[in-house]
Design a protein around this ligand. Sequence first.
Ligand SMILES: Nc1ncnc2c1ncn2[C@@H]1O[C@H](COP(=O)(O)OP(=O)(O)O)[C@@H](O)[C@H]1O
Ligand SMILES: [Mg+2]
Length: 290
Amino acid sequence: MSRTAILVGCARLPEGDGDEAGAQLALADVGVGTRWAVWDDPGEDFTDADLVILRATWDYSARRDAFLDWCASVAALRNAADVVRWNTDKAYLLDLAGAGIPIVPTQLLGPGDAPDWPDGDVVVKPSVGAGSRGAARFGTAQRAEATAHLSSLREAGHSVLLQPYQHDVDREGETALVFFGGGYSHAFTKGAMLTGAQYDESGLFVTEKLGLAEPEAAYRALAEDVLDATAARFGIGRSELLYARVDVVRTDGGTPAILELELAEPSLGFRQAGPGSAARFASAVRRELG
Ligand SMILES: Nc1ncnc2c1ncn2[C@@H]1O[C@H](COP(=O)(O)OP(=O)(O)O)[C@@H](O)[C@H]1O
Ligand SMILES: [Mg+2]
């Protein structure tokens, strides 16, 4: 039986950013055909697809409701629509904190909520956003600018996250730990993003500085705990998460904490991690296809 997986991009990146090329080869090796499609292309029909894998739908943040409606209409979507709904609003961080996971200290400011400014540098960012868009860092002498940014995000209809800036991001970067089918695959580092960095030509994400990582045990254990907490929240087995990326930073206190959990459309670092990672992804996809 021939099986096909559809990889999903967006109009400005209809075939992603190139990171999936190795994964497509690895899928072909195990008998899975792939093709790319754009999520909101009216000429596409996803209803009868064997498997539909979100990969580069990075334009959803301005149209999240329409995107989530589309997700709910695709039965074979991975990750599943309810997981994507929860994970595309960074309010999920507070759910993880409630489950005992250490997160970067986070205030979620809805309309009318007053900020309680942390000491030192802060990050102000939209609760729905990706690719570092709308995220900005402000020093203690820039409260007026930070307040103006907060207001402008709210005027655009966003809830806002306020966090203390984690200085280790400037030294060590953040570490992204990648899981396929609930099992650990590999990790990569991402350099600091709020440094006046350049946007990709698509305008959808800030160009990233990536490298392969061998995370220490505390990072590995924390990421495993996040997978368990997520599976428990949805009442599913970890293997039902086709892919997951757990972004860990070292807090100013020295302990690791979660900056993000990415279950919707994370870059998975195939280029950094090499063919072994693509083969593990291909095996997880095969298992989904049954
Ligand atoms: N509290 C923070 N401390 C240090 N850096 C941060 C913090 N929040 C965000 N950043 C930087 O901004 C980038 C984008 O923020 P992030 O929360 O990862 O949102 P997204 O990747 O969804 O746009 C991160 O990769 C990191 O470099
Ligand atoms: Mg991020």
